[in-house]
Ligand binder design. Sequence first.
Ligand code: IPE
Ligand code: IPE
Ligand code: MG
Length: 254
Amino acid sequence: MENTEALIGQSENKNIPQHVAIIMDGNGRWAQLQGKGRVAGHKAGVESVRQVVATARKSNVKALTLFAFSSENWQRPAKEVSVLMDLFMYVLTKEVKRLHKHNIRFQVVGDLSRFSEKLQKNITKSEQLTAGNTGLVLSIAANYGGRWDIVQAAKKLASSVKQGTMSLDDINEETLNGETCLANLPTLDLLIRTGGDYRISNFLLWQAAYAELYFTDTLWPDFNEVEFLKALNCFDHRERRFGKTGEQARNEKT
Ligand code: IPE
Ligand code: IPE
Ligand code: MG
């Protein structure tokens, strides 16, 4: 407890990332280490989600984006996929009211067309319930792929050009960015991956261009408030230069 308070205290008056995204990895290995089936790891991971949402809110992070299911995860055994879908449904039904109570805006990003009609309806209902909230924006990436996101944005622009509502010269980084899934959120500042691997796994490819990357060996079900605060403190010590020299970056800060 003391540890948590010390870490929160340390982050006061410091650089808080406005937008944090997390690749929540390591559920299967966590369960295996406990002698349990992979599914037990996914279930235990829900508590870590609760903790990071609460900590993000308390730390004044504006947007939190969690990678729950990638476009490649369909390749897993059908039983595991089905448990993940059930878990998603359960969380939507049980947890969204609590999010709403805390003024959190909830959204799901990804190609939702592959989900069951029931799940899609539940997602829309949850998004509508929390649409007017002004606190933390919690985005769940489900059937999401970074390449898919860029392609769907490009298609929207191409369609506008085809219809004549936009000219070819209007296609630029800003307009393409405007069609990506998280365009309504602050720029991604910090990307965390748990579970010990050092890769992006087709998550926020476009958005991560200048994000700070934080990798930890901690498996997702063991990732808690203290672990999250450690990542926020690490972010605070990074020097973000955006292509400039360190001297320039430091002068701009003061
Ligand atoms: C992340 O944990 C959760 C999802 C991808 C849905 P994993 O299930 O990938 O766990 P490991 O990487 O096999 O341990
Ligand atoms: C990335 O984890 C996807 C999610 C956390 C939802 P994976 O476990 O699917 O990533 P790879 O397959 O190890 O790259
Ligand atoms: Mg994994």
